[in-house]
Design a protein around this ligand. Structure first.
Ligand code: URA
Length: 251
């Protein structure tokens, strides 16, 4: 008979116990990264510490996006999640609401998660940059990729988020997230779906960004969507395997 966690990921993911590693505290001055070790690692401490980092991020002026944003979109979800998803950056809907992945991309992502028995309360989700990058074109604000300066300026927030959560598995949605987490110049067509050891987790992989899938049509759309669903299934399975691995300790 199948093990319980393999039979129903919706029951398994939120039940995963917290890791016991010591973790750094976010003590950055505005926009700068810093860390210190604390012995506690409870849901409450993670929630409080994430909220403190989010509060500092809400006042961030480390790059020019501070001048055009409506909200800093810090990230949200389960602070104890073993599985973290990272996108590129907020779009119009996210900027308006202050919440990640609430537009069309978010709807598609939620569908793909649900097909794996996963909801937002099982995961944590955030972006490489936390303010909307956009450009005025023909009188309309259009999303644009973040510049390296903007990505660098925002990296302490991503770093502190992951240092607090300590995910077992990270799924990067799209090349910008993969380049920030896995390695520079990540090539989606060659490296999508492969597992990499990364700075903030033993297991990181990249899959198609939902916004990319939404730009496709017909069979190409269906195939890319199926791939994202399958990659999420692989990530879920990796969480189960990682939970069974012995902890890495020095002594
Ligand atoms: N695309 C992203 O990369 N992040 C969001 O939060 C929304 C859309």
């Amino acid at each position: 008979m199948a093990r319980k966690e393999e039979a129903n990921p919706a029951e398994t993911l939120p039940d995963m116990p917290a890791e016991e590693n010591a973790e750094p505290t976010a003590t950055a001055t505005e926009g700068a990264g810093a860390s210190a070790e604390t012995p506690t690692d409870t849901v409450e401490s993670k929630t409080v510490r994430l909220a403190a980092v989010a509060d500092r991020a809400s006042r961030c002026t480390a790059c020019d996006l501070a001048n055009t944003r409506t909200h800093v979109v810090f990230g949200e979800g389960n602070p104890e999640a073993p599985l973290v998803f990272i996108g590129e950056g907020p779009g119009q809907n996210e900027d308006a609401t202050g919440r990640p992945f609430v537009g069309r991309s978010g709807v598609l992502l939620d569908q793909c998660l649900r097909e794996n028995g996963i909801t937002r309360k099982h995961i944590y989700i955030c972006n490489v940059i936390r303010c909307r990058a956009c450009v005025l074109e023909a009188g309309r604000l259009k999303n644009r990729p973040p510049t390296p300066i903007e990505t660098d300026a925002c990296s302490p927030w991503l770093q502190q988020t992951l240092e607090i959560i300590q995910p077992l598995v990270i799924v990067c949605l799209g090349a910008p997230a993969a380049s920030a987490i896995i390695h520079k110049n990540f090539r989606m067509t060659q490296e999508r779906g492969q597992w990499f050891e990364a700075r903030f987790t033993r297991y990181a992989m990249a899959s198609w960004h939902p916004a990319y899938i939404l730009r496709l049509e017909g069979e190409a759309y269906e195939a890319a969507r199926r791939t994202l669903v399958a990659d999420i299934a692989a990530a879920r399975q990796k969480v189960i395997e990682a939970k069974r691995e012995p902890k890495m300790t020095l002594f």
